[in-house]
Design a protein. Structure first.
Length: 264
């Protein structure tokens, strides 16, 4: 994947590939949009007239579109001069479950990254995850992989092989998860961590497999619903600790009580 923004068209214009993370209406017809790019990281831009029915740029700035943008540098916000859709991720429009998980991963990336910090690894992860969600691959698998891989890419990876308190290797038994301490505690150290929760051996095995071998290895396993719920709860608690706020997207999705949509 290439990033042409390194070659300026002139002193004010540059072109970049971007994925739409978030947007908000501004004024009578404009939109302020948060995008993530390969070489410039997260950008906040303004699309003037994007809400007008005949807007040429508006249709290319929908949620989760991967688009090619021509931007003009502005004082506070860069301005969209032209836009072309590269991948609309149409599958996200036909599955509320997939769209909800896409909203969740976009919210995480938005919360954990600062503006204008280059991270091509995070961009590839986002692009690949949205593509898989659009193709109706198991949303739970894609989202847990995204969460873990992004935390690792940004330097927030929890400790899952040694006790975060005493440093001893963790044994094959029920241990404890502590988001405050940044990982797993052995039974001997759990007593000093009031907020620690039990972590089953099955959950530990799945998370370690995800860490060592990635999405493809975990996707081959039939994970019981109880273990899925346990891992999702642990990851959500850790993300809440890192972002210092509740993440809303999956909470809204879960409140709808949709039947799971899975494809392996």
């Amino acid at each position: 994947m290439t990033e042409s923004s390194r070659i300026p068209l002139n002193e004010r214009l540059f072109r970049t590939e971007a994925i739409i993370l978030h947007r908000m209406d501004y004024g009578e017809a404009d939109r302020i949009i948060v995008v993530f790019t390969p070489a410039r990281g997260k950008l906040r831009i303004i699309a003037k007239g994007a809400r007008k029915p005949l807007s040429k740029t508006g249709p290319h700035l929908e949620f989760f579109h991967r688009s090619s943008l021509l931007l003009a540098k502005g004082r506070d916000l860069d301005v969209v001069s032209d836009a072309t859709t590269l991948d609309p991720h149409e599958g996200l429009r036909t599955s509320l479950e997939a769209f909800g998980h896409a909203s969740h991963i976009a919210e995480i990336l938005n919360r954990l990254t600062e503006d204008r910090q280059e991270n091509p690894r995070a961009y590839r992860l986002l692009s690949d995850s949205l593509h898989l969600l659009s193709d109706n691959v198991d949303p739970w698998m894609i989202t847990r992989h995204f969460e873990w891989a992004l935390l690792s890419a940004l330097g927030y990876r929890p400790e899952i092989y040694r006790c975060v308190n005493c440093g001893n290797d963790l044994q094959a038994e029920t241990n404890a998860w502590s988001s405050q301490q940044g990982g797993v505690l052995c039974p001997a150290c759990r007593g000093g961590a009031d907020a620690a929760r039990p972590m089953s051996l099955s959950a530990q095995k799945i998370v370690r497999l995800l860490d060592r071998e990635g999405l493809a290895a975990v996707a081959r396993i039939a994970i019981p619903e109880a273990v899925r719920d346990e891992i999702e709860l642990i990851f959500a608690d850790y993300l809440r600790q890192q972002t210092e706020r509740d993440l809303q997207s999956l909470r809204v999705l879960r409140s709808l009580d949709l039947p799971p949509e899975r494809s392996h």
